[in-house]
Design a protein around this ligand. Structure first.
Ligand SMILES: [Zn+2]
Ligand SMILES: [Zn+2]
Length: 374
């Protein structure tokens, strides 16, 4: 079927909206009419080559849509269903078998290598106007497009009254931060947590910490407007991460002036991770929810970490199991605990460049590109 998709021809090429031809769904695939797709930094890391992925390709991995057609083996959804989409996984490794698909041993290979299924491998499912093969299946999706072939394991059926534009982006950035706090750190009510990097991941973590009633919630970023927003959404303290004395500022407001008990580092910035380690109290827990990309070591000393009895962890996609966690986030949204609508902005289907610009400038936390009718 012919449709339109944003294609990256090669590393550092612009996103170009062009006509493409989608293959028929394989047994394990779902054919979707895309309603909307959030923009995530990871899409830009494909464009600039920071994360390896074959070209030419289509990105977009925070999509929502309506099912038009399903492959022979699909049982999770049927035509007419509304879906939100998330990452793909192998289903057969230890973490997948025990309910932790975000820790899938083949996470990178499948989601960045664009594997469509055991039989299909990463055979391109998209063709350009000249017949050239274009890789889809990014996080099982590739939804910067009007239609998409999506892995069954990437779709989560949602109720018919779900707002597919406002909630389209739950499946990556927001769940990464929220899951880091709700599924992993689990701070108690009387504890302290700091969150650095107030993009969608950091805001998801902040909403989650507020929902849990954590007593001290410290927000850190370099954009003053985001610090104001964080206070509106429940941060008890907000500090500019560029301030030369920021480590001491954070320590000063914690018990015994020792630092926070929990830290969700969401920027992926290495100096921010180093500062986060210093702001974490002895016996505290520092979690990386964001990453600078492959090949970077933690910027702290193993001996120093040992004698401070600190725990350092990394977590992919908030250790979320999307068919369970996304409906839970929708419930939190409906109850007013997860106000993603307040930090998102929509862009018309042909304005992806404007969406990227707005995210870079810090003008919006979650740009959402709208491809169809909600
Ligand atoms: Zn797996
Ligand atoms: Zn993402």
């Amino acid at each position: 079927m012919k449709t339109q998709a944003y294609v990256l021809a090669e590393k550092d090429a612009p996103f170009k909206l062009q006509e493409v031809e989608l293959a028929e769904p394989e047994d394990n695939e779902v054919f979707l009419e895309v309603v909307a797709c959030g923009l995530c930094h990871t899409d830009l890391c494909i464009q600039n080559g920071a994360f390896p992925s074959p070209f030419p390709n289509v990105t977009g991995h925070e999509g929502s849509g309506r099912v038009l057609k399903v492959g022979k083996a699909v049982t999770r959804v049927q035509p007419g269903d509304k879906v939100l989409c998330s990452f793909n996984h192998c289903s057969s490794c230890g973490p997948c078998q025990t309910g932790h698909p975000a820790a899938c041993e083949k996470f990178g290979e499948i989601n960045f290598g664009r594997v469509r299924g055991a039989e299909t491998g990463n055979k391109a499912g998209i063709k350009g106007a000249g017949g050239e093969e274009i890789y889809g299946a990014f996080f099982g999706q590739s939804m910067f497009a009007k239609h998409a072939l999506v892995a069954e394991k990437s779709v989560v059926k949602v109720p018919d009254d779900t707002d597919l534009v406002t909630l389209s982006a739950l499946g990556c950035g927001f769940q990464t931060g929220a899951g880091g706090v709700l599924n992993f750190l689990k701070p108690s009510k009387d504890s302290s947590i700091a969150i650095s990097g107030l993009g969608a991941v950091g805001m998801g973590a902040l909403f989650a910490a507020k929902y849990l009633g954590t007593k001290t919630i410290v927000a850190l970023d370099v954009v003053p407007g985001k610090l104001d927003l964080a206070k509106q959404f429940g941060a008890t303290h907000a500090f500019n991460a560029r301030h030369s004395d920021v480590v001491q500022q954070v320590k000063d407001i914690t018990a015994y002036k020792g630092g926070v008990q929990y830290f969700a580092e969401c920027s992926g910035n290495v100096p921010a991770l180093k500062a986060a380690w210093e702001m974490t109290a002895n016996r505290g827990h520092l979690l990386s929810c964001g990453t600078p990309g492959p090949g970077v070591n933690p910027p702290f000393d193993v001996f120093g970490n040992l004698v401070a009895c600190k725990t350092y962890s990394g977590l992919c996609e908030g250790d979320s199991n999307p068919p369970k966690f996304i409906p839970f986030l929708i419930k939190l949204y409906n109850e007013g605990h997860f106000p993603v609508d307040k930090i998102s902005k929509t862009f018309a289907h042909d304005k992806l460049d404007d969406a990227i610009h707005a995210m870079h400038k810090g003008e919006t936390i979650k740009p959402i590109v709208v491809f169809g009718q909600a």
